[in-house]
Design a binder for this molecule. Sequence first.
Ligand SMILES: [Zn+2]
Ligand SMILES: [Zn+2]
Length: 443
Amino acid sequence: MAKQSDDTTLGRQVDQLVAGMDLASASQEDVAGVAGQIQGLGQGAVERLARGIFRLGPSRREKVAALLACLVGEPAQWAFDELEKLLHSRVLSPMERVWLLTALRRLEEAATGDEAARTTDAGTGPDYGPEGLPADESELLLWRDELASLDPADQEATIASILQRGDPTLLPFVEMVVSLRQPALDAAVACGLGHFATPATLPLLRELLRRPDPAVRKRARQALAALERQGIDTTQLFVAEAEADVPISAAYASRPDSHGWLIVLVARGTAPGRVRYAVVVVDPVEAGIARAWGESGLMQSDLQDRINKLSTGSGQELVRVEPNTAQVLVAEAERYARSQGKELPSDYVVWRRCIGSPTGPAQLPVTFAPACSECGKRIRGGDLKRGAIVLGHVALCATCAGRLRSCPGCGRALHPSFDEFLVRLDGGSGKVQFVCLRCARRR
Ligand SMILES: [Zn+2]
Ligand SMILES: [Zn+2]
């Protein structure tokens, strides 16, 4: 009984100390002072403080994180042990896990001394990460949705806690923040990326350097300069990052439809419950990438089921292709979208990790930015609505597709609106042919 009342009094004391601190006006010394008072109350008080990382309230997590960051030596170890217990004892939302894991990383360094922690990172890695972090695409999306639902102050606090660490394994979260396309968050990220002394930040900076908001671009340039000062080779700015992922288990693509669109699917992982896949709908005429989605945590049979449904639903059968072919298709679609100033679907940013980067060139079944094979006019989305045809590398603008033709086999006149015929490319001349169905069948 006495112990319980002590705990309650202690708890109240800690809570009051945390609540009485105003992070906006407090100096680093003030924060350290409060942390010192809590340490002075003993192990129970430090544990109470650590558990506060899950309590909601005005900048509550931010304050707890700031106070925990002041701990060193034995008190840091107390807080670490308490948080590690929490990590394994309850179901955490992706957002809670990130708060917890960033605090754990900091505390491990503080408890063991920076150098020891760095050695651990370089070696086998601490036992709670990076695999402890939700790097799975579905979890990243949940985390992003959770972030998007917070009010601006909490969003910035969450992002600040990630950026302060400068920990490259947290970059997938930074990528999620950038995919929300909010200028205030972009600016915070652009500032914070200077703390990550790794070329892995370059693709994100490249993204931010293209943002319409001049303040975001300015900060991205400053971050780039900061990285340069740290000896990072920023000439890699336009080189894709290296991939480290589960190997691709299968890649599929459909044949292009009459608008040139095709579906690309890349699957990774074979272990039950660990299969994931990404789908990208490639539009070589307008958007480059029309849609992207995916799923993770599947069984092999789920994947087969999705592939079958996709084939039936779209009326275009998905067939196995070389993974590199699928990757080149998606990479070219992305490149085309960028060259046309098209916005990439926000979920593409996530699922492109599952697609991965190509390892070599490949012959593609489509031509991006197709032009009419007869008059050379560039085909646009509007042409397709008026009857233009895109068949892989063959294309006809609406005007040329609407002209009266004669079958090269029998000489019969073919009216595009009334007669049935096949359109194909004559291998010898490279010209488009309209062949009547009878002659087409005879071949
Ligand atoms: Zn034409
Ligand atoms: Zn014919």
